[in-house]
Design a protein around this ligand. Sequence first.
Ligand code: ADP
Ligand code: MG
Length: 660
Amino acid sequence: MSGAGEAAAAPPLIALENLRKRYGGRGGAPAVEVLRGVSLTIEAGEFVAIVGASGSGKSTLMHLLGCLDRPSDGRYLFAGQDVATLDADALAWLRREAFGFVFQGYHLIATESAQENVEVPAIYAGLPEAERHARSRALLERLGLGDRLDHRPHQLSGGQQQRVSIARALMNGGRVILADEPTGALDSRSGAEVMALLEELADAGHTVIVITHDREVAAAARRVIEIRDGQVVADSGRAGPPAAPAMDGPPRAGAGRGREHQGPSLATELADACRAAWRVMWINRFRTSLTLLGIVIGVASVIVMLAVGLGTRQQVVAQASAFGANLLYMSSVGASSRIPGRSVTLADLQAVAELPQLAEVLPNVTGNKVVRFGEKDLQTYVRGTGAAMPEVQNWPVRLGGFFSAEDDRDLAAVAVLGHKLARDLLPDHPNPVGRRILIENVPFQVIGVMAEKGAAAGDQSYDDLLLMPFATAGVKVFGQREPTYTAMTVREGASVDAAEKAVDAVMFERHGIRDYRIGNAAAAIAAKAKTEDTMTLLLGLIAAVSLLVGGIGVMNVMLMTVRERTREIGIRMATGARRKDILRQFLTEAVLVSVVGGSAGVVIGLAVGGVLIAAGVPVIFSLRAIAGAFLCATATGLVFGFMPARQAAGLDPVVALSSE
Ligand code: ADP
Ligand code: MG
């Protein structure tokens, strides 16, 4: 590639053959041919100015040269390779590795610092972080911006911004610098400085192509090509031999795709994407937090609703075991129950007790009676029952003991008090065992006090009763020996339903009509638990819907973000971002929003649950529900972020760049 080797086999760096570019022509708009057959060659190391009046097609030409746009017709050979044969990723590679763009409007990313802007191309090229920082710092220092590394674009003057963009163009080597009106927005002094800088680069061996409408600016270049109405009208031709090798080492020969797969490591890419995403979120924090609110509420409500549902269910189950889940109840029903002697008789119970499915048959006779101790009278629920009651109903005795089967047979006048009744009737006696009380004026001896039952069973009235042997109650208190109701325990291993059917069969055979009712506590409790489950499901559904609404919020914000940041997307593509880089960036943002929202939701959900626990509501947190809600939120972000992200990635670099 020396000046003497003009006729050598090495193809020119850039060769345009009859290049044409048309706009419009579809949907009614008349077609405009902006470039009308441009042919020229540019060798490596040249310093070329392309001049022409405004509207002559210079920028269009530069977009084609920089592979930001495709020609309508004609051929563009870069280092001998037809650019039309390259796919989107290969073009991105070319933009990243071969070209460095300098725009009239600088095109810096507003949310990033000078140094970060310079580093953008290196991120897409996969340069390790330490090298990246060192190189960007060195470049900025060389361009006199060593003390402006952390400034954002709006904190820099026009000349400084243009120098940042030149540093960015050099970040990956900048073999070919494409500058479109680089001095157009600058005062004459800054403009001269920028031109001097480009000249220096040309001296160092970079190929520099400057586009300008200003002949004075063009005069700095070694070759001037004039373009008018989309055609080359003058070309001063090559002046002198190409200069010394580039300062960043010799330009790499050929534009092959050798480094195509040397992408940045996934971890670095993700870290960078997260960092950028976080910054965008932070800059738009008000809007972001409003979006987050949807997800936060969604996740928090899923967690709280399920925790309350689970807690309530647990309580119901606890009640079930407090009652004894294997209990059957039978009582008299209908007109016959009003006649003296109830429809269900002790003889019935004897027959039922023969059933192999039943373990215990416990007749009960109940009613309200006045109980007296000393001066104190209390209307009390009195229950005559069997000696097996504490075992059958899972209800232990706290003080003293329970009556025995002998007490029942002997009609012993003994009573066991409920926890609360003991407290109310004998407030001055912490241990009432041995005291005498009167029930309907019949003296009884207190032999025990039951443990507290109401808390577990969910019914405080349990602790307000008086228990005595069934036979004693029938004879001495109620004057009738037929049971009010009967409790039966199903033998372990036998089905409650089957036992219920068997009892019914025996009873129906004896009575001929169903003047009795059989029920089981388990069924009632199961029904209640089912209601709770349905309730939980319903609440969970509402919560899920709010999560969905949160996801739609994310999508909305992401769509807005894409629209707002179209130019940034263009800049990233011009500096070599591939479609998947853009896709990843926007997806990362969406997921980050959702993860932050999800985490906040988990924290708030736990806090609300804590408050509910303090307020006495049964709450059980489930790790599965928490993890599920969190994952759902993240997935929502991913799903709803995908469409905007894909839209961003699908943009054409030129279209994106020219958006405002
Ligand atoms: P210059 O940079 O020399 O001022 P441009 O290359 O920007 O000129 O534009 C050349 C012509 O092409 C102008 O007349 C402009 O209106 C037209 N043009 C540029 N871009 C488009 C486009 N996307 N759609 C239609 N016409 C366009
Ligand atoms: Mg222009």
